[in-house]
Design a protein around this ligand. Structure first.
Ligand SMILES: Cc1ncc(COP(=O)(O)O)c(C=O)c1O
Length: 490
């Protein structure tokens, strides 16, 4: 039997010799190390930065064993280091490199590894415009119109639940069920098991594009620029499907482009970004027929079909083409950008691949925001919110059209989407877009350069007007400055 003191000592010894501590390399040539060798080695390591402040040194016993020394030699070395103010012995904790004046902080790296070779994406800009600057082209909705209070209420309610330890890589089941229910109510044939929840719809585009075995995608031109840049970044060849919001779709040109057999056509049929264009019912049918004829799968980005007055919806390719159409939508714009929740509804046989691809990039997304959105949907808040939102957006849209009619000089034209967050303003080609941007920037107005949205030569010459973002008086003020600039530069 060990005495109480010995047992305590043993526990203490075990505790003291536990990892982690920083192994010491002591140089002493071929002879056995002395206390002075240990002191010199520690001092050298501290001044080179290899032993930063706070590092725990090996316990005396470990050092004894490592260097084949007597306990006294190791203890004497540590006593000397303490005396020099280089280390401190903390009772029951160990011996630590001092933080203060005596122990130098790292002044220069020991060696500098090279930087990796990165390929920078073509377009990189701040997510939100700074205060005092009016963004006339953003796709975001004015935060004043978003239900932050009610979302906080849902978040508080969710936080009262016990946090689950596990996550579901496909997405929180109650959220997938609530999404499926909404889509079914809109005439889509979707089940919760066919939905993968993602970080915004951007991650849906990412996992679909990554999962394709053939690296060729057809895109409208112009198109949502970050989709085009993403597909390029993932190594896809791109085929352009020309889109002119004033003339409609040239389906003959699309027929020729799709004949080159891309794996997938990425399409935004409602309130297309950046033009605000919506396919007619004949065009929806025509596009489905062309894709079937050429064996091209469809990825429908439906960011806007529920951004219409009076609870109306626009028809969707997924509705008309059935389960094979991959369908993407998002809550980030309409509910709250910081939530970053989107989803893809996929044909059942593709779901395991999409889930596996998502797992590779994130393992799974955070449960909390998914649970908050599920709660928001479950309480019926989303439909009420969309109704309120749409009423405000309708007013802003009407005021924006009236201001454009009144203020814009001849030769400027614009689309009239009737829904979604933006319209396209087309300006005369005689006005240089870069000069206009610079001119407006000096007046604290940002218009978005859309060159990245086109594949090849731009067939349009203009930018988006963000009536969902600006209050009526702000929109009017910004359009007045824009109209002056167009007259000055025209
Ligand atoms: C047409 C379209 N699709 C997808 C996205 C991605 O949005 P999020 O990831 O916020 O859902 C955007 C963002 O602006 C967009 O405009």
């Amino acid at each position: 039997m060990l005495s109480l003191r010995a047992a305590e000592q043993q526990r203490y010894d075990v505790f003291m010799s536990r990892a982690p501590y920083v192994g010491l390399s002591v140089t002493s040539g071929s002879r056995r190390a002395t206390a002075a060798d240990i002191v010199a080695s520690v001092q050298r390591e501290i001044s080179s930065g290899a032993l930063p402040a706070g590092s725990r040194l090996p316990p005396v016993r470990a050092l004894e064993k490592q260097l084949g020394l007597s306990k006294n030699t190791a203890q004497a070395a540590y006593d000397e280091l303490v005396a020099r103010g280089l280390v401190e012995a903390r009772e029951r904790e160990g011996v630590f490199v001092m933080a203060a004046k005596t122990a130098r902080s790292i002044e220069a790296p020991i060696t500098t590894p090279p930087l990796p070779d990165f390929v920078a994406p073509a377009l990189s800009r701040p997510d939100f415009t700074p205060r005092g600057v009016t963004n006339l082209s953003t796709v975001f909705i004015d935060p004043e119109l978003l239900p932050t209070e009610r979302l906080s209420e849902c978040a508080r309610s969710v936080l009262r639940e016990k946090m689950p330890a596990q996550y579901d890589v496909q997405g929180y089941q109650p959220l997938r069920e609530a999404i499926a229910k909404r889509l079914v109510a809109r005439g889509l044939d979707v089940e919760a098991d066919h939905i993968v929840v993602t970080t915004g719809s951007q991650q849906s585009l990412d996992i679909v594009a990554r999962s394709l075995s053939r690296k060729k995608i057809a895109i409208e031109s112009p198109v949502y620029a970050y989709a085009k840049l993403l597909f390029e970044n993932l190594g896809h060849d791109l085929v352009g499907l020309p889109l002119d919001p004033f003339a409609g779709l040239d389906l003959d040109a699309w027929d020729r482009a799709l004949a080159s057999k891309p794996a997938l056509a990425y399409l935004i049929p409602s309130f297309h970004n950046p033009t605000g264009y919506s396919y007619s019912s004949a065009e929806l049918r025509g596009v489905l027929e062309l894709c079937a004829k050429h064996g091209v799968a469809i990825l429908e980005d439906d960011w806007g079909s529920d951004m219409l007055s009076d609870g109306e919806y626009r028809p969707m390719l997924r509705m008309l083409g059935g389960r094979n159409v991959l369908y993407v939508n998002s809550f980030t714009k309409k509910l709250l950008p910081s939530l970053r929740i989107g989803f893809v509804a996929a044909p059942p046989e593709l779901v395991p691949t999409l889930v596996a691809t998502k797992r590779l990039s994130t393992l799974g997304n955070a449960w909390l925001t998914e649970a908050v959105v599920a709660e928001f949907l479950d309480r019926g808040y989303y439909d009420t919110h969309l109704q309120h939102l749409q009423r405000s957006l309708d007013q802003r849209y009407a005021a924006c059209l009236a201001a454009l009619d009144e203020l814009m000089p001849d030769g400027v034209k614009w689309t009239t989407p009737g829904g979604g967050p933006t319209l396209w303003l087309e300006i005369p080609r005689t006005i240089d877009l870069a000069a206009l941007e610079a001119h407006l920037a000096r007046r604290n107005i940002v218009v978005s350069n859309k060159s990245a949205a086109f594949l090849g030569e731009p067939n349009l010459h203009g930018f988006r007007i963000a009536y969902a973002w600006l209050a009526e008086h702000e929109m009017r003020a910004a359009l007045t400055i824009l109209a002056d600039a167009l007259r000055t530069l025209g």
